[in-house]
Design a protein around this ligand. Structure first.
Ligand code: ZN
Length: 242
């Protein structure tokens, strides 16, 4: 139940830290970008830009290492899937900070829409605009926690609880996701569904930007906060799940 049989041993870099066992059953898949920073660090360490395997190995080692972040699966540019956490534990990929938790669980359900924490910025009482991207993607919803299970909401939990996290290795220069990488993502989701029995659908596969739009939904450009869901950017879930 815990390891994907499709992932060969050389692409398993298991995080051996004392991670939490699942406290609620698996019900959610969360998709991420690794962010360009980790790719840049790999390049700075001497990996060539065409070395998809080497850069993915570098990123996998980072997630398995001694820091505050982790992920269950990683999909590299060639579409190969890497496993870092067992699927039966909660990885640290979408936690809410105390401030963010207070916002998302505020009795005023739309209060979060007045706030932004842009990439490379801090939490400010200012919205990029009206979270148009989020409203358009989630008609009928008013708050990201409505995408969490009732059990997680009752505990004021984050998307870390009861989820599997899949990270796409960021492309260089913000290039679009390749067909190979999207194919790898599709394979990863299918393999998870087969192993866990939780089949991926448009109702349980979410982008990190959907679940934490305040933190993953804007950037700073010329000191202005600009609405820009970037985690992961331009990922069409309908196409991925078709
Ligand atoms: Zn993320």
């Amino acid at each position: 139940m815990a390891l994907l049989p499709e992932v060969p041993a050389e692409r398993r870099l298991l995080d051996t830290r004392d991670v939490s066992q699942r406290r609620v059953p698996l019900y959610l898949y969360v998709l991420h970008t690794t962010g360009a920073g980790i790719v840049q660090r790999a390049l700075d360490a001497g990996y060539r830009p065409d070395d998809a395997e080497g850069i993915a190995h570098f990123a996998a080692r980072f997630y398995a290492g001694d820091n505050e972040v982790s992920t269950h699966l990683l999909v590299d540019w060639a579409g190969h899937v890497w496993q870092i956490c067992r699927l039966d534990v909660d990885a640290w990929h979408s936690g809410y900070s105390p401030a963010m938790k207070a916002l998302y669980y505020s009795p005023r359900r739309t209060e979060w829409m007045e706030w932004s924490q842009p990439l490379n910025g801090s939490l400010v009482h200012q919205s990029a605009n009206d979270y148009t991207f989020w409203r358009a993607a989630h008609p009928g919803l008013s708050n990201p926690t409505e995408m969490l299970s009732a059990e997680v909401r009752a505990r004021h939990g984050s998307p870390n609880m009861g989820s599997i996290s899949i990270d796409l290795v960021a492309t260089i220069g913000g290039r679009p996701w390749s067909a190979a990488q999207l194919g790898g993502l599709r394979q990863a989701l299918t393999a998870c569904g087969r192993l866990t029995g939780v089949l991926p659908t448009l109702n349980n596969v979410r982008r990190h930007s959907d679940l934490d739009p305040v933190y993953r939904g804007s950037v700073l450009r010329s000191r202005q906060i600009v609405e820009f869901p970037w985690d992961p950017k331009d990922l069409d879930l309908g196409a991925v799940l078709s």
